[in-house]
Each structure stands twice: as structure tokens, then as C-alpha cells.
Design a protein around this ligand. Structure first.
Ligand code: FMN
Length: 174
């Protein structure tokens, strides 16, 4: 996929649709077999905080990717064309803890410019992120009755990552 660097002030993507029905691939760790892991995510947000562009992803405790999110300071977030939906299905249904999904998914890890975490050659958008804040969802703070049924004690950890760089196809540039 041919991507160009996109200044963050010119990055354009649908605020909600990029997450659902669009999906992202969250990758944490460092390039090298077994040193990183990816999972599909569709809950999250992007915006500005502390004068920095950021993405927030939410990761349940049982995800294998969570261990990599904890151990490493950086992560990448990639978006793909529909033709890679089966790969994202696999990465979002199987765990890297007990399968070889990273090797089997057909995506090609590539080095990124600013962080040791890989992106993927097939991605149409790659965001390079550095963790800057985390917190666990607090069930005592749930204000709507539709939230609790999503959990069996496995409350998401939110990670705020400063977006250091974006590279994408022209559709992502305003
Ligand atoms: C469309 C889709 C969206 C998902 N979004 C999230 C999410 O935002 N947070 C999360 O913790 N799990 C999410 N998941 C589940 C993980 O991707 C899934 O459990 C994955 O197998 C975890 O892989 P791992 O154990 O290798 O980290 C999603 C799955 C799918 C299919």
C-alpha cells in the first residue's frame, strides 16, 4: 500500500465510522518474531488532550496484547481496506497467546519511523503512538444501564497514546 506522511493537523477520518463499522488493528511490542502482538479494536477515540494529539484504546485484562501494552511504551494503530477484513477477523477472534495468528494472518510487519513497534505493509493508515496515560474503567462510575452487561469483571484499561506520526493513503488527507 502506498502511504505518505500526513501532518496531524491535516489528518482526516470519520470520527465514529473509523471505529465501527471500520476497525483498527492495535499492535504493541517491538519488531521481531514473538516480540509483538496485534488485536482488532473497534472501541476507542481520537482527539486532543494536554495540547497533544492522542488516541485512546481500551484493552481488557485477558487480551494477550495487554501484556505487550504494559511492557512497552509505544503502540501502533492501523486501518485496512475491506479486503483485509478476514485478517482482522482472525486477529480479533483468536489469541496470540495460544495460536500462531500473527504468522498466519497474511499481514506483513514493517518498521516504522519513530517507534520500535511495527506497523503493517498492507495498512492504508498507520498511526505511531507513545503511551502517556492509562486508567481502568471504574464500575462505580457507570452512569448508563447498558454499560455493565458488557463486563464480567473484566473492565477495560484505557490507554491514551500521543500520536507521534501518521502515514496514509490520500483519502486520509484533507
Ligand atoms: C471487531 C472487533 C473489535 C474488538 N474491539 C476490542 C476492543 O476495543 N478492546 C478489546 O479489549 N478487545 C476487542 N476485541 C477483541 C480482541 O480483538 C480479541 O479478543 C483478540 O482475539 C485478542 O487477541 P490477543 O489475545 O492476541 O490480544 C475486538 C474484536 C473484534 C472482532
Amino acid at each position: 500500500m502506498s502511504r505518505e506522511t500526513i501532518p496531524l493537523t491535516e489528518l482526516k477520518l470519520p470520527a465514529f465510522g473509523a471505529w465501527e463499522p471500520g476497525w483498527f488493528l492495535l499492535t504493541a511490542g517491538e519488531k521481531g518474531a514473538g516480540n509483538f502482538n496485534s488485536m482488532t479494536v473497534s472501541w476507542g477515540a481520537m482527539g486532543v488532550i494536554w495540547h497533544r494529539p492522542f488516541v485512546m484504546v481500551v484493552v481488557r485484562p485477558q487480551r494477550y496484547t495487554r501484556q505487550f501494552m504494559e511492557r512497552h511504551n509505544t503502540f501502533s494503530l492501523c486501518a485496512f481496506d475491506d479486503q483485509y477484513r478476514p485478517a482482522l477477523e482472525k486477529l480479533g477472534r483468536q489469541s496470540g497467546r495460544d495460536t500462531a495468528k500473527m504468522a498466519e494472518c497474511g499481514l506483513t510487519p514493517i518498521e516504522l519511523s519513530l517507534i520500535p513497534t511495527p506497523g503493517f505493509a498492507e495498512a492504508k493508515l498507520i498511526l505511531e503512538c507513545r503511551k502517556m496515560y492509562f486508567d481502568d474503567l471504574e464500575p462505580a462510575h457507570f452512569l448508563a444501564d447498558f454499560i455493565a452487561p458488557n463486563y464480567q469483571g473484566d473492565y477495560h484499561r484505557m490507554y491514551f497514546g500521543e500520536v507521534l506520526a501518521a502515514a496514509g493513503t490520500p483519502e486520509y488527507r484533507r
